[in-house]
Design a protein around this ligand. Structure first.
Ligand SMILES: Cc1ncc(COP(=O)(O)O)c(C=O)c1O
Length: 400
């Protein structure tokens, strides 16, 4: 993109207000969602009928459709991915001293679920090219106490699940066998791995339908895909106050959410494809900026681009990265987020849990990564504007 085109875009396309770095609505809604909400409310108004409750045809239908979409035998709907991760870790029945390996460059939900269930969170390094939990580091950290590997499908792209499964197989736990692989796919709904959907090969995979995510169910919601009928039964008991012989609480989504989820699921591929198209165009437009490492996409994944994650050079780590994000927001109205700094050193509660540990790759990448806003409703011109602004902002940081 030449300087003339950049100036033209900056003159004509600057948004009146700042675009959020991580938009608060991840997909898009239309008349179909509104109609299904109204229809579901109308159907629930008769007090002699089923009301809104609680496990109903809408929920069962949405679960079947989601399992079918994911290529898994079953899917259990829930009220959020955070509680879904708690439920998944509960199904491990962790004993004192049991360990779960998860990436440190991560949202804090997965580490919290491990600690919350009495496990030891073992923070893993990431592969700096893909931002996914590094299998080589997992191979170093797996121990006779490891019960599970809990990768996050970071920023919308599948983690290399087969690599973790292989490591788990090679180092079985003396009592429980190979560590289970649980995927945190909160940010990766619609993503693919080796020609299948995310979730197809993990023991359990947790998806989020929170308002910011790739598909949404009125603000909150989630799904756990699963292969084992006994675990599916347990998850359903957990979300509905347990059974006669197990603990449970209330982790259900609502009938109206499920009805909306059905509509959103039909749109999911097209919403993800829009993200992917914008991201690939960005990769082209930014290819000649030496200071920006644009996202790398391995051949065997379908990236959903929940976030468009870039790296600045080592010399720009920290201060200059932050200056770049500040210029993007203040001067060009394009929000950028750092998703995510390593939790082992930046979340005090987690730091206390893990103690003093050394994760040099995570620390360095945490100072170099940033994500510029992306959304399926962004026009091609808005996307070009963002790239023009980024090229200009990089030039400004060069002078600092
Ligand atoms: C990676 C990751 N895991 C888990 C969660 C929690 O999802 P929820 O908001 O549905 O509880 C989020 C949400 O921000 C997330 O980004």
């Amino acid at each position: 993109m030449d300087a003339h085109r950049r100036q033209e875009l900056i003159r004509n396309c600057k948004p009146p207000t700042v675009w959020r770095g991580e938009p608060h609505l991840g997909g898009w809604y239309g008349e179909e969602e509104i109609e299904v909400v109204v229809k579901t409310i109308r159907q629930s108004m008769d007090w002699t009928g089923d009301g809104f409750g609680f496990i109903c045809a809408e929920i069962e239908g949405f679960e079947k459709a989601f399992a079918n979409y994911s290529g898994t035998p079953d899917a259990v709907s829930i009220n959020a991915a955070g509680s879904g991760l708690d439920m998944a870790v509960m199904c491990l029945d962790l004993q004192p001293g049991d360990e779960v390996i998860a990436p440190s460059v991560n949202f804090r939900a997965a580490p919290m679920s491990i600690i919350g269930q009495g496990g030891r969170f073992v923070p893993g390094e990431i592969d700096p090219r893909t931002f996914q939990l590094d299998p080589a580091d997992v191979a170093k950290k797996i121990s006779p106490r490891t019960r599970a590997i809990l990768p996050t499908h970071m920023n919308g792209m599948s983690a290399p699940i087969d690599d973790y499964l292989e490591i788990a197989r090679k180092h079985p736990h003396p009592k429980y066998g190979p560590a289970k692989v649980i995927g945190d796919a909160a940010r990766a709904c619609g993503g693919g791995y080796k020609g299948r959907k995310i979730g197809a090969s993990e023991w359990l995979t947790v998806f989020s339908f929170h308002t910011m995510k790739n598909m949404t169910t009125l603000g909150e919601g989630g799904m756990i895909t699963c292969h084992d009928p006994d675990i599916a039964k347990r998850l359903r008991a957990l979300r509905q106050f347990g059974g006669t012989d197990c603990w449970g609480s209330n982790y259900k989504m609502t009938k109206v959410q499920a009805a909306v989820g059905m509509v959103q699921l039909r749109k999911l591929d097209s919403m993800v494809d829009s993200r992917l198209r914008l991201a690939l165009r960005r990769n082209e437009l930014l290819a000649d900026v030496p200071e920006l490492t644009t996202p790398y996409i391995p051949a065997d994944v379908k990236h959903t681009f929940y976030l468009y994650t870039m790296l600045v050079p080592k010399a720009w780590a920290g201060k200059k990265r932050d200056a770049l994000c500040a210029i993007m927001g203040e001067k060009y109205h394009v929000g950028c987020v750092v998703a995510n700094p390593p939790v082992h050193s930046t979340v005090p509660f987690i730091r206390q849990h893990v103690g003093a540990i050394d994760l040099p790759v995570s620390e360095e990448i945490g100072q170099r990564l940033f994500c510029a806003t992306i959304h399926p409703c962004m026009t091609d011109e808005q996307n070009e504007y963002l790239c023009a602004a980024l090229i200009e902002a990089v030039a400004e940081v060069r002078k600092l």
